[in-house]
Design a binder for this molecule. Sequence first.
Ligand code: NAG
Ligand code: NAG
Ligand code: NAG
Ligand code: NAG
Ligand code: NAG
Length: 340
Amino acid sequence: MACVLNLFVLSLTLLATLSVGSRQFDVLDKKINAVHDIMEVKIEMIKEDLAMVVKNLNMSAVGEIQGTNGNVSTIQIANTMVENMKNSIQAAEDFYKVIHRGFISEKMALRKSISRIEQSMTNLQHKLENVNGDLTSKFQLLNAEINKNKDDIEKRVEKAKQYAILKSNEDCKISNIKFNGELSLLQSNFMKIVNDVKKDLADIRVISINQLTFTRHTYDNSIYFELNSTMNFSEGSRRCRQYGAHLPEVTTSGENSFLRNTFVGSRRGIRIFLGATDQLIEGHWIWEYTGQEVRYQDWNTGEPNNENGGEDCLEISYWNVRWNDARCTTNMTIVCEFNI
Ligand SMILES: *[C@@H]1O[C@H](CO)[C@@H](O)[C@H](O)[C@H]1NC(C)=O
Ligand SMILES: *[C@@H]1O[C@H](CO)[C@@H](O)[C@H](O)[C@H]1NC(C)=O
Ligand SMILES: *[C@@H]1O[C@H](CO)[C@@H](O)[C@H](O)[C@H]1NC(C)=O
Ligand SMILES: *[C@@H]1O[C@H](CO)[C@@H](O)[C@H](O)[C@H]1NC(C)=O
Ligand SMILES: *[C@@H]1O[C@H](CO)[C@@H](O)[C@H](O)[C@H]1NC(C)=O
């Protein structure tokens, strides 16, 4: 950019010099014209003088012929005058020649200086071209160097990155090993504590269930008892959990018969919830406490029918003492099952 600007400024300077040169030519032309005018005046004067001489000569010649006014000295004077004329013509010619030569040398000098200017302009242009070329090659060098360095820097960054990845991987491995060791130690400690607590809890549960005022019935490793008031499904389930128990989950016909006989039987109006629902997926019955699918079944004929699209909880009801799907919001007798 700077290069181009310099070239522009130099060109302007050269143009200015050339215009000075052409102005000098104008001055010279004016001088030549002025000298030309002077020469013309002089030649006019000489012509007049010449006419006078001729006139005088003619006069004296006429006088001699007439023999009246014959005057030798008149001819001599005329001759002298002619001689003088010749001299002044010569002088004028010499003057003109000198001036002309002067003009010519001045013109030549001017030509020379112009050609010098032109020469120096050419030289400058060459220099500029050289400078341009120089700068271009320098730029190219610089660019190459930058590119070289860029590659170098990129390589270094890449190396550093790889090193960092390697290093952090190693660090990760080490800290992972350490972490895993600590974690498994923590886990085994935690499991020990959990097991201790579980044991304690189991003891406490059994002790506390034995404190309950409810009538307890035992069947196959479970204790069953009936709460004092009726409740809906979720409330009943919640109350059972408060005793460390859950709604009954029936997996065998033996258990089913035990429940039917003990809690429903011929008691009129009695309905008890079992701990299964199909609330998540209609028709897909799941035991709430264990999360197991309901396999053993004792559905009454035509059940489950999801009557009015709202029967998602399992009951044994007094009217046929078999399974039915019922509304979860219905208040029923709550029987809890406690695993020993
Ligand atoms: C010379 O003088 C005569 C008489 O005055 C005249 O007729 C003649 O034209 C003159 N010649 C010249 C060349 O002047
Ligand atoms: C001869 O010419 C001279 C000069 O012009 C003049 O003085 C002189 O009187 C003339 N002589 C005659 C005789 O005309
Ligand atoms: C249940 O009712 C019986 C008899 O009324 C009573 O003795 C017992 O304390 C009650 N139990 C609870 C937990 O309310
Ligand atoms: C169940 O009963 C409890 C206590 O009366 C009540 O807060 C809850 O809304 C009932 N839930 C359903 C689904 O009926
Ligand atoms: C169900 O029982 C609760 C108290 O446990 C009572 O507030 C509610 O009104 C009862 N609902 C029905 C439909 O009887």
